[in-house]
Structure formats: C-alpha cells, structure tokens
Design a protein around this ligand. Structure first.
Ligand SMILES: C[S@@+](CC[C@H](N)C(=O)[O-])C[C@H]1O[C@@H](n2cnc3c(N)ncnc32)[C@H](O)[C@@H]1O
Ligand SMILES: *[C@@H]1O[C@H](CO)[C@@H](O)[C@H](O)[C@H]1NC(C)=O
Ligand SMILES: *[C@@H]1O[C@H](CO)[C@@H](O)[C@H](O)[C@H]1NC(C)=O
Length: 246
C-alpha cells in the first residue's frame, strides 16, 4: 500500500529529478522546473533556513522519495503565517521526514505543539534525531498511524476548534476528508494549507482515468464556493491553497 502511495506522488509531481540536482535543493515547482532561475533567485534572496532544517533537507535528499519533501520557500511561508496568527497548535497531515513539522515547531513559542501524522516508520526515524538536535523534540507529537485515525482521535479528545494551523500533504484521495476534519479542528481565523492543488497543472481538464487530478480539481472547485472559509490559491511549490476559517 505504501508503495502505491509513493508511486502516486511521483506520477503527480512534474519535477524530474536526475539524482540530487540543483532543483532538488530548492524544491518542487508547479512549472515543472522551467522557471528554475527565478525560483533560485527567490530562494537565494529570501530563504532563512535554520541550520538543522538544512541538515534535515540534505539527509532527506538521500532518500529515493525525496521529491515528496515540501518546497523550502513554501515551508517558510507557512512558518510566517503561523507567526502572523500567533499559532501555538498545528497539525501536519503527512510528515514524511519532518521538514515542515520541524519548520512549524521552530516558528512557535515554547508552548507550541505540532501533531504530526505519518504512517511510514522509516520516515519518522529519519526525522526524529533532527527534532532532538533543534531542541524541539517535545513540541512535535508524532502519531504513527493513519492521519484519518489521528484526526478522529483529536476530535474525540474534545480538541475541535482548538487548532491554529493545519497542513494537508498526505494521500490525495483522502484530501476532502482531511479538509472536512481539519475545518472541525481549526478555530475561527485559523488556517488550513493544502498542498499540491495544481498537481503539476494536471488539474486543468484532467484525463478520464486520472482520478487523483479529478479529486484535486473537484476539491479546488468546492473550496472556491465554500462559504465557511476565505481563500487564496497560490502558485508556490506545486500549488498551495490557504483557507482561513470564518
Ligand atoms: C508529500 S509527503 C509529506 C511531505 C512533508 N509534509 C514534508 O514536510 O516534507 C506525504 C507523506 O504522507 C504519508 N502518508 C500517506 N498516506 C498517509 C496516511 N493515510 N496517513 C498518514 N500519512 C500518510 C506518506 O508516507 C508521506 O510520507
Ligand atoms: C543563487 O546562488 C547560487 C549560489 O551562490 C549561485 O550560483 C546562483 O547563480 C544564484 N542564482 C541566482 C538566480 O541568483
Ligand atoms: C500576537 O501576539 C502579539 C504579542 O503578544 C500581539 O501584539 C498581537 O496582537 C497578536 N496578534 C494576533 C493576530 O493575535
């Protein structure tokens, strides 16, 4: 099952990585890497990467599925959004090796808390030593089970309306369910960030057999009309929708 998920991710992302190239170091792009020099300029002139995040990124790039890692400039944007709303409680749906979970934890005050959902033990083990090294191990609550189970656990524990920020970045077929449960868990004025909403441009007139692109396109159209939120769809990374709960 995990292998299927990974294959789906890799079919969906258009950045063709030939080993650990320059594009891998600056992150994935909806443009399929065609605007590399502009993206490189952006990163050169705005990225402020914590030294442990740099280390975790380099370690992650050794993994064959490193294409799944969040774009670094996107992680920084989300950290800044958390600062802007004084966020102290966040959920990461699909942690992988933990670049964004660590980035969010570092952006929060000492009482900050990140619930990180991940089903693959190997990835969790890659990330953990870096959380420790950065001194935020206690802020990151890793839940090794399906993300849907974790979201249900949080709702059952009476945590509805308590979260400031959710990043949805796991299996695309469950995105709509993740969105609905996140909306329950988030407070008014809290933010749900949804990754890969452009799916390398494939959401435009998806092919009949391309169920992933169809699901993402349907979710994009649903959010456009959803009166429970205000939204922006950004072209950062592979497309990022920011939904603010009304
Ligand atoms: C695109 S990667 C996440 C990247 C990560 N946000 C980062 O900062 O680099 C998606 C992750 O979701 C995990 N995943 C897939 N299906 C899942 C599920 N049902 N529950 C929890 N995690 C899942 C995968 O194992 C993978 O590590
Ligand atoms: C970005 O920085 C790298 C390393 O210093 C440099 O080689 C590259 O030319 C820079 N690119 C741009 C577009 O600024
Ligand atoms: C965030 O906290 C600062 C300092 O405590 C406060 O001045 C500011 O108004 C808060 N911002 C929001 C959006 O709550």
């Amino acid at each position: 099952m995990a292998a299927d998920i990974k294959i789906l991710f890799c079919i969906g992302l258009a950045v063709v990585l030939t080993g650990v190239g320059e594009s891998a170091l600056i992150g994935k792009s909806h443009s399929g890497g065609k605007d590399d020099s502009v993206l490189q300029y952006v990163v050169n002139n705005s990225l402020r990467e914590h030294p442990v995040l740099t280390k975790l990124k380099l370690k992650t790039l050794e993994d064959r599925w490193s294409i799944m890692m969040v774009a670094v400039e996107q992680a920084q944007l989300m950290a800044n959004l958390i600062r802007l709303i004084n966020g102290t409680k966040a959920i990461e749906i699909g942690m992988y090796t933990g670049y964004n979970a660590l980035s969010m934890a570092l952006a929060m005050p000492d009482n900050g808390h990140v619930v990180a959902c991940e089903i693959e033990e190997t990835y969790i083990e890659i990330g953990k030593p870096f959380f420790r090294e950065a001194g935020v191990e206690e802020k990151i609550d890793i839940r090794h089970q399906t993300a849907l189970k974790t979201l249900d656990d949080l709702i059952e524990a009476g945590e509805a309306g308590m979260y400031d920020f959710v990043f949805i970045d796991a299996d695309k077929s469950n995105y709509d369910r993740y969105y609905e449960k996140s909306l329950e868990l988030i407070r008014t004025g809290g933010i749900i960030a949804i990754d890969n909403v452009l799916w390398s441009g494939r959401v435009i007139n998806p092919a009949p057999e391309d169920l992933t692109s169809q699901a993402l396109d349907a979710l994009n159209k649903k959010l456009h009309k959803d009166e429970r939120i205000d939204l922006s769809m950004l072209t950062v990374g592979d497309g990022l929708t920011i939904a603010i709960k009304r």
